[in-house]
Design a protein around this ligand. Structure first.
Ligand SMILES: *Cc1c(COP(=O)(O)O)cnc(C)c1O
Length: 370
């Protein structure tokens, strides 16, 4: 992923600095409003990263020590780590092969009477089945946090992936579609949830520092609960506002490039590229290819691509295989292990050309027929 940052973002950051207001202020408020509108949510609460956003989402739902939270192992490790931040226990669920996402069945298989919530991930931008998971978690009486770190511009059931979520967390890390350097957003529909989240990201204060400074009258703030400093800066938000304006164009371009990859790869045996699920569209944040009886191993493919100047990456990680989770003994996760070991992510960014794609697919074709 190469971020699409240019002169406009540099100007916006410079203007924020010249304005003298660099911490959370008017640009953060504007970015929150515009981002929430773009993903079909009632309110946006900007935070320092998606990881801190996931932490706050679990605090919002009241998750505490002794509770279990079901998460996919097949995700960036921050998804599972957030559960440990509130002292709860992550329980790993398997995923389906076609989307890389948890399903009602894979969650149900590991659910216990201590399960208080699920964090479902729109993996690599591929939306999970929002309608099915929201209905199931409501029926079980447990919370659903939507890890939408990769899902800006993805859709489900004809609406942006965040529409209708109780709480969703988004990332603006440079490896995602739009970036603020570091940064994240939590979106919710309920105004009460938004108020609580704004308090949680700002030391538990009942009035934001920005509102206090803007007021003509002296304002005495109160600290209502022990909370965090997870704020975004106005410099970041200034960049985010420009990036948000580019989102639709970036998604359209990625979908075109992905369609071209799919066409070029179609007649190579043993390669299964990621596709849209029936109920939605991915933003192709990650264009992954699953090896399914391919002639070479995943690592041989990565090595050969690297030797020919192509920086493909290993597929999505599995948290339960990392040392940080060595103390967890999950149930069987066959699909997770298959995807993490037998998939790779092909280069897809705004600077890639048709010639680059032809070269990459050419190397794969050679490997297939060698
Ligand atoms: C990138 C990512 C995160 C973490 O995002 P940060 O903004 O870097 O904290 C969390 N979950 C998933 C699925 C991600 O891909």
């Amino acid at each position: 992923m190469i971020p699409d940052l240019g002169e406009e973002e540099a100007q916006a950051a410079a203007e924020a600095i010249r304005s003298g207001w660099v911490a959370q202020g008017p640009r953060v408020a504007k970015f929150e409003q515009e981002f929430a509108a773009a993903v079909g949510a009632g309110h946006g609460v900007a935070v320092s990263s998606c990881t801190t956003g996931l932490h706050l989402a679990l605090v919002l739902l009241g998750i505490k020590p002794g509770d279990e939270v079901v998460v996919p192992s097949l995700s960036f490790i921050a998804t599972a780590n957030a559960v440990r931040y509130v002292g709860a226990t992550p329980v790993f669920a398997d995923v389906e092969l076609s989307t890389g996402n948890v399903t009602v069945e894979t969650i149900d298989a590991v659910r216990t009477e201590r399960t208080r919530a699920v964090i479902a991930v729109h993996q690599g931008g591929v939306p999970f089945d929002t309608a099915a998971l929201r209905k199931a978690t409501d029926g079980w009486g447990i919370g659903l946090v939507e890890d939408a770190a990769c899902a800006a511009g993805s859709t489900a059931y004809g609406a942006p992936a965040g529409t209708g979520a109780r709480v969703a967390a988004w990332s603006f890390h440079p490896r995602k579609l739009i970036t603020t350097g570091e940064g994240g957003m939590v979106t919710v529909d309920s105004p009460e949830d938004a108020t609580r989240l704004k308090r949680l990201r700002e030391h538990g204060m009942n009035v934001s520092a920005a509102d206090r400074h803007a007021s003509k009258q002296p304002v005495l703030e109160a600290y209502l609960e022990t909370a965090y400093n997870y704020r975004m800066t106005d410099i970041q938000a200034a960049v985010g506002l420009v990036q948000l304006g580019k989102l639709a164009g970036l998604v359209a371009q990625r979908r075109q490039l992905a369609a071209r990859y799919q066409e070029l790869l179609a007649d190579i045996d043993g390669l299964v590229p990621v596709r849209d699920p029936a109920y939605g569209q991915t933003n192709y944040q990650s264009f992954w290819v699953l090896l399914d009886g391919f002639r070479a191993s995943r690592d041989e493919v990565l090595t050969e691509l690297a030797a020919r100047g192509v920086s493909a990456r290993r597929g999505i990680m599995a948290a339960h295989l990392e040392p940080a989770y060595a103390d967890v003994t999950p149930g069987p996760l066959p699909v997770t292990e298959r995807i993490t070991r037998e998939s790779l992510i092909l280069p897809l960014h705004h600077k890639i050309t048709e010639a680059d794609q032809n070269h990459i697919v050419g190397v794969l074709r050679e490997l297939a027929t060698r």
